[in-house]
Structure formats: C-alpha cells, structure tokens
Ligand binder design. Structure first.
Ligand code: NAD
Length: 470
C-alpha cells in the first residue's frame, strides 16, 4: 500500500511486508521511508496548515463529517483488514470500527466547540480599562505515532482532534499493522487540501527519530510502549508531547462483591484481544475469603472461550501479534511458576497462540506483576481487606485504569480516592472506554489525556488579545 505525502500516493522500492499473524501469509507491504520522505511530509504539512487555518470551523467540521460517512460505508472492509493484519477476532475489529466512526463523528462535533473566554484584566493590578479575551489557535503540525493493537481508532483519536483544531498531521502507524490506518488517511485526505493528512511508514529508529527531533513539528502525540515513549520525549525539545503508554491495570474484588459480575469483568478484561490491550486487566487482587469461589467460576467461564481463526465470528481468542510476543509471555509465566505461583489454567503456547492462563498465589515481585504482560494472563494476588488491596494495586510503576468490585460504598469510595490511576471504575473492569471520556494514565502510563474534547484542547494553544480602552 502507498503512503500519502502532500496529497500524492508515494511508493518506494524498499518495502516492509505485512504478515497475517494467523495465516502467516504476506497480505501487503508498505514503503520504507527515509529522512528525506519525512522532511517532505513535514514541509507539506507546514504549507497546507496555513490554508486550513483560513477555513471556517463549519467547513472543517463538514469535511470530517464527510469522511465519517465514507468510513462508515467501508467499516466491514476495514474491519477485515484489521483482523488480517493484527489477528484480532473479527467481532472485536467490527467493534473497533464502530468506535472509530463514533470518534470521527465526535471530532466533527467538537470542532464546533473550540472556545476562548473573556478575561477580566481589571481583576489584576493595573488592568483597569482593558477589554480582553482568549482564542484557541492551532499548534501547527501534529505528528501521530500509533501502535499495532487498535490501528484505526487510536489513529483517529489523534488526527481527527488535530485537524478539527486546524492543524495539519503526519500519521506514522505501526509497521506491524499499517494497512487499515493508511486507508483511513486516504479517506480523510479526500476532503482536505493536500498535505493536511500525510502518512509515513518505515523503521521507527530512522523516521521516528526525524519526526521527534525536527523543529518544524509542533506536537507529537504518541501511543505505544514506555521505552519508545520516553525516548521520543527526550528527543522532542520544545515541542508539545502527549504519551499514552503501557498499563498494568488491577482488578480488585472485595469480599462483598457480586462474584459473577466480577468474574465476567475478569474474563472480558483479561482476554479481550488476547490481553494485547493497554487497559487490559493485568493483575487480579482478590480477598482471600472469596478467592476460591471466584476462581471456580473464573476457570469455568475461561474454558468457554473459543480459540482459533480470528476471521470466525465465534472466535474469542486469536493469535498474538507474532511468535516473539508469545515467547515473552511464556517466559514470564514460566518464571512465575518456577517461583512458586500455581498454574491453575492454561499456560501453553503453540506458535504465536497463547492459551488464556490463570496463575494463583502470585507474589508482587514476580515478572508477571512487575511488568506489563501483553498476553492473556491473569495473575491472582490474594489479600485481606480493602487496605491491603489498595496497597498492592498501587505497588506498580504504571497507573492507567483500574476496576473495583464491591457492594460496600465506603470501600468503593476509599478505592476511588486512594488508587493512583487515571480512571477508577467501580463495578466495572478497567478494560472499558468510551471515546468521549478523558483517557490517560498516571505514573509511567503517560502524560496528557485523550478522549475527543480533551485531545482537541491539547491540539490548541491559547492566545490572549487585550485592547486598551483608556
Ligand atoms: P511500540 O512502542 O513498539 O510501537 C508504537 C509505535 O512507535 C509504532 O508505530 C512503532 O513503529 C513506533 N516506534 C518504534 N520505535 C520508534 C522510535 N525509535 N521512534 C519513533 N517511533 C517508534 O508499541 P506496540 O508494540 O505497537 O504497542 C503496544 C504498546 O502500546 C503497549 O505497551 C501498550 O500498553 C501500549 N498502548 C497504550 C495505549 C494507551 O492508550 N495508553 C493504547 C494502546 C497501546
């Protein structure tokens, strides 16, 4: 597939193959861009942004609405591409597309609500006699760098808020799953001046570095792993940077929880897209008093999951993105077992498939707890009471989201108050997001918030205009 620079499709002699994680067949390829291509995209973005800046908000919003209609018409086709390039079960890819078109629509709506405010300068010493107000103005050129796991919706969460705030954009999708995102760029490009949305593909270290250091880029919006996020931030200099990074989300089940609700949350949260979800349930922290009852039902429900061809509508668990990813998960699980955790379900790898796995009696210093495991693994930590549960939940370098199951309002509020994460859900697992809510973690999980309204705010800078009336 081609990339898009200044409204033109660009091919290159050198390409990277895109491999279907289930069939292991090549399903397409994308160009290996170099620094010169990146500089071309930056130049195009810089020039075209001046044109977009003259468009009315009404016109920009309508153009995004038009691309929303096109994306809606193509949703089944693009969902199929997502499944082919990521191995995500097709029902989940279809849901990603439903969310994606919603995110685009929310952006079209939000583009009409970018307000400044009037500022009473006379409330400050010497400010009498001024008429003053702020305006939200575009940053300029925004670079969006996205991971493999939600290739369309996460790209929209960046480029659409950027464009409705009248910025130009460059999207660098993951080379593991770039095809659906490149199609998204083509759809949006149809309704804007050339260069408002550009795409580049290639090796992270080569083109990623140029995107990070180039002085003409005004913002980098990155979603991906912690090490890459930190590297980008360190190289970015004066540009604005937002980081949506990894998670290690806890699911707390207290002794008065409704067990079957908590089990449902644990299954959905741990195994969605085989655990390759930033806000996936990564640690189950459960009161010892109800742990055995919870585990009996959890194992029973986990056994019902259908593992297999992700293109089959009935499949719940497909492959991991590649064999290396599955080997990393396997190593962590083995390490836990060698260090006295009890394997009570799953634990087996076949190629890049990993069976949903439940480990009991897991300790806080084990690799499966300390690090983000991007696979279908549920480590169980047994605790006594709410205080210990919160202490364990907070004993992590991450802080994306968290979920607490309890029927006790005091414990629920205590958890809401004391857990250090960007979101605390009560009676819902962390693996939940609506596309308008503020989304973004604490600690190593990131900097800044997405969710359309919040992303739009971060795509603008504030200008003060003050008129001296004296
Ligand atoms: P990754 O960090 O390997 O890659 C993310 C993107 O960065 C890709 O486009 C990749 O090509 C690019 N990249 C790699 N090296 C680069 C470099 N040197 N300079 C610039 N760009 C570079 O992540 P991944 O494996 O694709 O995705 C999984 C990770 O993403 C997990 O840690 C997951 O938790 C995180 N994630 C976070 C969120 C969130 O909203 N917080 C959402 C989804 C995924």
């Amino acid at each position: 597939m081609n990339i898009l620079i200044n409204g033109k499709y660009v091919r290159k002699d050198e390409v990277i193959d895109v491999i279907n994680p289930y069939t292991h067949k090549i399903i397409g390829n994308v160009p290996v861009c170099d620094k010169i291509d990146v500089k071309e995209a930056i130049k195009a973005g810089k020039n075209s942004q001046r044109i977009l800046n003259k468009w009315s908000a009404y016109k920009v919003s309508n153009a995004i609405y038009s691309s929303y209609e096109d994306l809606r018409n193509e949703k089944k086709k693009i969902a199929k591409t997502i499944t082919q390039e990521t191995g995500k079960p097709i029902k989940d890819s279809l849901f990603e597309m439903e969310r994606s078109i919603e995110t685009l629509k929310l952006s079209a709506e939000e583009g009409k609500r970018i307000y400044g405010e009037s500022i009473p300068l006379d409330a400050g010493l010497g400010g009498k006699g001024f008429y003053a107000f702020t305006e939200k103005v575009p940053l300029g050129l925004v670079v969006a760098i996205t991971p493999f796991n939600y290739p369309v919706n996460l790209a929209i969460h960046k480029v659409a808020p950027a464009i409705v705030a009248k910025n130009s954009t460059i999207l660098k999708p993951s080379t593991k799953a770039p095809l659906s995102a490149l199609r998204l760029c083509e759809i949006i490009d149809n309704y804007f001046p050339p260069g408002i949305i550009n795409s580049v593909t290639g090796y992270g270290r080569e083109i990623g570095n140029e995107l990070a250091v180039n002085q003409d880029v005004n913002k980098i919006s990155f979603t991906g792993s912690v090490p890459v996020g930190i590297m980008i931030k360190n190289r970015a200099g004066m540009k604005r940077v937002s980081l949506e990074l990894g998670g290690n989300d806890p699911l707390i089940v207290l002794k008065d929880a409704v067990i079957d609700k908590a089990v449902k949350g644990a299954v959905a949260g741990s195994y969605l897209y085989s655990g390759q979800v930033c806000m996936g349930v990564k640690r189950i922290i459960i009161d010892d008093e109800i742990c055995d009852e919870f585990l009996d039902l959890f194992i029973k429900e986990t056994k019902k999951l259908k593992i297999g061809d992700p293109m089959n509508m009935k499949t719940d668990i497909g492959p991991l993105i590649d064999e290396k990813a599955a080997e990393i998960v396997e190593k962590s699980v083995q390490n836990a077992i060698e260090n006295s955790a009890k394997l009570i379900h799953g634990g087996k790898r076949k190629g890049n498939f990993f069976k949903p796995t439940i480990l009991d009696d897991v300790k806080e210093d084990m690799d499966v707890i300390v690090n983000e495991i991007f696979g279908p693994v549920s480590p169980i930590i047994r605790v006594n009471g709410v205080d210990e549960a919160i202490k364990v939940a907070n004993n992590t370098k991450f802080g994306l989201q968290s979920g607490v199951f309890t029927e006790n309002i005091h414990d629920a509020l205590k958890c809401a108050n004391e857990i250090e994460s960007g979101t605390v859900f009560i009676n819902k697992q962390s693996t939940f997001r609506t596309d308008n809510m503020p989304f973004g973690g604490f600690k190593l999980s990131g900097i800044g918030k997405e969710g359309v309204k919040y992303a739009v705010e971060d795509m603008c800078k504030t200008k003060l205009i003050a008129i001296n009336l004296r």
